[in-house]
Design a protein around this ligand. Sequence first.
Ligand SMILES: C[S@@+](CC[C@H](N)C(=O)[O-])C[C@H]1O[C@@H](n2cnc3c(N)ncnc32)[C@H](O)[C@@H]1O
Length: 220
Amino acid sequence: MPTPETQPHTNRAFYDRISHVYDWLSDSNEGPARRAGLEALQVQPGETVLELGFGTGNEILELAEKVGATGTVAGIDVSEGMRTVTQKKLDERKPAATVQLTVGDARHLPYPDAHFDAVYTSFTLELFAQEDIPVVLAEVWRVLKPGGRLGVVSMATVKTGQHTSTLENTYIWMHRHFPHIVDCQPIDTEGVVSAAGFRILTVQEREIWTMPVRVVVGTK
Ligand SMILES: C[S@@+](CC[C@H](N)C(=O)[O-])C[C@H]1O[C@@H](n2cnc3c(N)ncnc32)[C@H](O)[C@@H]1O
């Protein structure tokens, strides 16, 4: 199994470097889709939830608000820099929920079986190599309780019959030829979630600069 350092798609050093400017780079474009994903997941007070690839922690804070004082939020991210930025926000905001951040690889989740009510991830699943996406989703399946929900927000492939997006094609081409510059590629979000065994509950189609983005919720 390659480590994050040897796999360009999960380049820890890259995310460490950009952690302090990541909000500035991504918030205005990706924020609305992330928030749509959180809403679709319908997190309830008292739940135990996990975020994969929490980045600068904006959704960790939102999840903490939603689960409240009786709930728990766990987050795992491969980047120590992202953890530092997120921890600073938590120290400032001091949410009532229990929050546990872990630096680690989403392909090997350090949590027990059937532990979480819900798992959320945004703009992270598409960073993994095609063969690693089922590995990550099998881990999500393992740590979710029966009936637990998975919410995924990702750049998505164009569905048959839809107009192709020039930006999507550019991303795919750049990812194939320059994976160290463009570390992600659009995925068939609904397809990979359903192939991992989840029953699809909701699918929303969105766009960022003509690039398809999908918000998918499935249940175990
Ligand atoms: C594109 S950012 C998205 C961050 C955040 N979810 C958002 O929507 O803004 C991808 C995040 O996934 C993390 N990541 C990359 N590879 C990972 C891995 N193998 N395991 C866990 N996290 C990983 C990166 O460090 C980064 O914080």
